[in-house]
Design a protein around this ligand. Structure first.
Ligand code: SF4
Length: 333
């Protein structure tokens, strides 16, 4: 049964600072803060579209939910709780900053039916957090994560790659530190440089270049594997595609199907592991689960082309009953 969210964006409300990369208007495509009426409308539309409440959460994204003005936060939670009780939705999901979580807030969230809390960790390197004006430390992430788990919430952690003053070694360290916190879910966002942000200014002054999608995809594929090997579900890889992000981006790693790009890299690596030692004078059939055939071939058949460039003559075919990322190689008869 697939999970779904009724997403309500609370853009930039309650943020004590301006993070280097953040332009919530572009990310959420919304400038006006959500109201209880918006919660009601979003839920009603979802019900009209027959979402299954049992696997659907009412989700408040963007901004720093637990830092918004208390009465406003409670008005949104009250609206959500009404529908939670009426339709028996799975729960309420919120995202917030690691320094805006304490026992009092967690008790309030519990009372209003919040079940999952996502923290924007972004980096576990304090120098990167400072350079990107996050206004919290890596220890804030550790402490908040511990508290969230102690109070029985599902924990989600969000990280970014390619931030100002970071590199892939530091980003891999961040992933390893996040794994130690045992979150239930992770979101990985390669940095996208947006107009009207500090990163945008740094880029314009020639002081920063964020890795692009081509450069970020193999690295994010490595992180995806790392989290999955540690039984942590990666629920998002890459910024969601939107017209506002596309019109406001001026650099970095935006691709409308970034996850697929990363998964394509994993398939190529798996295929090469199996085929590398084989005789290049023969032809081969590579089998993958038929549901993932296009991912295994790679976008614009880039994996097939890469194999050809390495001297392998093979075709990639779909087959029943193979696991995700399972690859079989047979001689072409
Ligand atoms: S805490 Fe989140 S919403 Fe606030 S400025 Fe930073 S990234 Fe944007």
């Amino acid at each position: 049964m697939s999970h779904s969210n009724i997403s309500i964006f609370v853009p930039h409300k309650g943020c004590p600072n301006d993070c280097s990369f953040c332009n919530q208007r572009a990310i959420s495509g919304q400038t006006v803060p959500a109201t209880p009426k918006d919660v009601e409308n979003a839920v009603k539309i979802a019900i009209e579209y027959n979402v299954n409440p049992k696997n659907t959460e009412i989700a408040f994204f963007g901004g720093s939910f637990t830092a918004i003005e208390r009465d406003y936060m409670l008005s949104l939670l009250t609206a959500a709780k009404h529908f939670l009780d009426t339709y028996k939705f799975k729960g309420v999901r919120i995202s917030t900053r690691p320094d805006c979580v304490n026992e009092d807030i967690l008790l309030t969230l519990k009372n209003y039916g919040v079940t999952a809390i996502e923290l924007g960790a972004q980096s576990m390197c304090d120098d990167v957090l400072i350079a990107n004006r996050r206004g919290h430390t890596a220890d804030d992430v550790r402490n908040a994560s511990k508290l969230i788990k102690e109070y029985g919430f599902e924990l989600g952690l969000q990280m970014m790659t390619g931030l100002y003053k970071s590199d892939f070694t530091k980003d891999e360290y961040t992933a390893c530190e996040i794994i130690k916190l045992k979150p239930d879910t992770v979101r990985i966002y390669p940095t996208v440089v947006l107009k009207n942000t500090h990163l945008g200014d740094l880029q314009n002054k020639g002081e920063y270049i964020a890795p692009n999608a081509e450069a970020s995809a193999p690295f994010c594929a490595k992180l995806l594997k790392l989290f999955e090997e540690n039984n942590i579900k990666v629920i998002k890889l890459g910024l969601h595609s939107s017209e506002t992000v596309e019109s406001d981006m001026i650099g970095g790693a935006y691709h409308p199907a970034f996850r697929e790009l990363c998964e394509g890299h994993i398939y190529l690596e798996k295929i090469l592991e199996k085929i590398r030692s084989k005789d290049k004078n023969r032809e081969y059939v590579i089998f993958v689960n038929k549901k993932v055939l296009s991912k295994a071939k790679g976008q614009q058949k880039r994996n097939e082309k890469a194999l050809k460039n390495q001297g392998f003559r093979c075709i990639i075919k779909g087959k029943e009953n193979l696991e995700e990322f399972e690859v079989e190689v047979a001689d072409l008869i």
